[in-house]
Design a protein around this ligand. Structure first.
Ligand code: ZN
Length: 113
C-alpha cells in the first residue's frame, strides 16, 4: 500500500517576547485620528525630506517624529516636530537614533550639532 510522503509543516510563528509585550499601534497613539492626520500631512508634504536634501525625488510614506516620542508625545502633532520621510529613511533614522536594535535612544536631531 502506498504511503503519503511526509509534508513540511512549518511551526506556528509566534511574535518575539519583546514584540508580544509591545502595546498595539492604536495604544501607542497611531489611532484613527493619527491616520486621518497622516493622510493630510503627506498630501501637503509628498516628498522625503532626507532624500530631497541629497537631490533625490522620493515619495514620502512615513511621518517621522523628530523627538522620537510618537503621537502621544508632548509634540505628537506639532508640525515643527514632524518630517515626511520615505520608508528607507525612516527605518534608517529609527535604527540609528530611536533605539532600534536595542540601541539606546539618542538625543533628538534638533539638539545635535
Ligand atoms: Zn528618503
Amino acid at each position: 500500500m502506498p504511503q503519503r510522503p511526509p509534508t513540511f509543516r512549518p511551526s506556528i510563528k509566534r511574535p518575539a517576547p519583546s514584540e508580544a509585550s509591545r502595546p498595539t499601534a492604536a495604544a501607542r497613539g497611531y489611532d484613527h485620528r493619527w491616520q486621518r492626520f497622516r493622510v493630510s500631512y503627506l498630501a501637503e508634504h509628498p516628498l522625503c525630506v532626507r532624500c530631497e536634501a541629497r537631490g533625490l525625488i522620493v515619495e514620502a510614506t512615513c511621518i517621522d517624529h523628530i523627538d522620537g516620542a510618537g503621537p502621544t508625545g508632548p509634540r505628537g502633532y506639532d508640525p515643527a516636530n514632524l518630517q515626511a520621510l520615505c520608508q528607507s529613511c525612516h527605518s534608517q533614522k529609527t535604527i540609528t537614533s530611536d533605539g532600534g536594535f536595542g540601541r539606546a535612544p539618542a538625543a533628538p536631531e534638533e539638539h545635535r550639532a
